[in-house]
Design a protein around this ligand. Structure first.
Ligand code: SAM
Length: 366
């Protein structure tokens, strides 16, 4: 909480370099046998070993106020997540497993410490994942590759995230401190937030385990709907032909909707997808593809009126299908909202519904 009015441009926190937990510091304490570890692995391992020292650790006061455990998304909750979040979650899980494998490999070759279980490592790994700061290589002498530019900054990591917070975080070479300056005013008594980055609720949930209401970065992914879209009597080879063109043009996937906003990638992909009937060898089809390519470079804003109408008709159907999915998931979730994590998944779908409805309105206006 702000104990006094804070002005825009004021420093809200600074952490001296000696108090940052960096990879270099972790490795020098762990020993040269740990030199192969990445920043994330080394800092996580260091925190675990320091925690096990209890009061004998110089970090005792800090570590004792860290979360004791981190809740995970349980396997029965995974089914309620949108497909794109499930994919990201799987990647996250793989990253954890790779990192733990690196620790296990070290354990097999060194007896410098008692073996660390996967659960213990999950604690250290989650501390780093949810609390580390990133440095820009240009204004920091701490390390060299951007991947290595992470550190734990005790105390600074107790500040929560708000998408409204405007801050500047950087390492100040003169004072040798990592500093955060607010670019907005904060009134006495208000919570002091920082901004973890332009994260949508999917990213916030996967990386940090929470979501925020009215997140301006929210979006709905239409990749799955797009790929399952089929036109009446269209042969699979024709569908594949169109998908190949999209891939070659660099327009395959990453189709998103935001509040009253359809991504250019999705519009572009739909323009091609809904061309029907479509005989690739015909001169008519080839001239339509040429017109489609003109829409890519802005020479045309549509292939033709008929195609434009079909794009919005199909988009409306895709939105409707996703709305129906949201309805089923939200119905299933509504009786379990008190369960950990369920609320956040419900919130994600609830905000997706708002986005989908706003896009359906756009389609009607066409
Ligand atoms: C860097 S820590 C912030 C300090 C944390 N609140 C604590 O007391 O240890 C990040 C974690 O804080 C929580 N958090 C941060 N901002 C939040 C917000 N706006 N709403 C809910 N939880 C938030 C999440 O659990 C996240 O993983």
């Amino acid at each position: 909480m702000a104990t006094k009015d804070i002005r825009s441009g004021d420093l809200i926190i600074e952490v001296p370099y000696q108090l940052l937990i960096t990879r270099a510091k972790a490795i020098s304490s762990l020993g040269s046998w740990a030199a192969t570890l990445s920043s994330h692995q080394a800092i996580a391992l260091y925190l675990i070993l320091e925690k096990s020292k209890g009061i004998r650790s110089p970090w005792y006061e800090y570590i004792r106020v860290l979360p004791e455990r981190f809740d995970s998304i349980t396997s029965n909750m995974i089914d309620f997540l949108p497909e794109n979040v499930r994919v990201d979650l799987e990647r996250q899980k793989e990253k954890f497993e790779r990192d733990y494998a690196a620790i296990e490999q070290l354990q097999a070759t060194s007896n410098a410490y008692n073996p660390i279980s996967s659960n213990e490592f999950l604690w250290g790994w989650s501390c780093v994942n949810t609390r580390c700061i990133y440095f820009k290589a240009s204004n920091c002498q701490l390390s060299f590759s951007s991947d290595e530019n992470i550190a734990i900054a005790p105390m600074l990591d107790f500040l929560n995230h708000s998408s409204c917070a405007k801050i500047m975080g950087e390492f100040n070479q003169q004072s040798n401190c990592y500093q955060i300056t607010t670019m907005t005013t904060i009134k006495k008594g208000e919570e002091v937030f920082i901004n973890y980055g332009p994260h949508d609720n999917f990213r916030l949930l996967i990386e940090y385990g929470f979501t925020i209401p009215n997140n301006p970065f929210n979006y709905v992914s239409m990749d799955e709907e797009f790929l399952s879209l089929s036109l009446p009597d269209e042969d699979d080879t024709i569908k594949q032909y169109k998908l190949n063109i999209l891939t070659q043009a660099g327009f395959m996937g990453d189709y998103t909707l935001r509040e009253k906003e359809i991504s250019f990638r999705l519009l572009t992909a739909l323009r091609l997808h809904v061309l029907h009937p479509f005989i690739p060898s015909s001169t008519h089809a080839q001239s339509l593809i040429a017109r489609w390519k003109d829409t890519l470079i802005g020479r045309l804003d549509k292939i033709n009126e008929e195609n434009d109408q079909l794009v919005f008709d199909y988009l409306e159907r895709m939105c409707q299908t996703t709305l129906n999915k949201a309805d089923i998931v939200m119905n299933n979730l509504s009786s379990e909202l008190s369960r950990n994590g369920t609320f956040h998944i419900y919130q994600i779908w609830d905000e997706s519904v708002e986005i989908l409805k706003s896009v359906i309105d756009l389609c009607h206006a066409k």
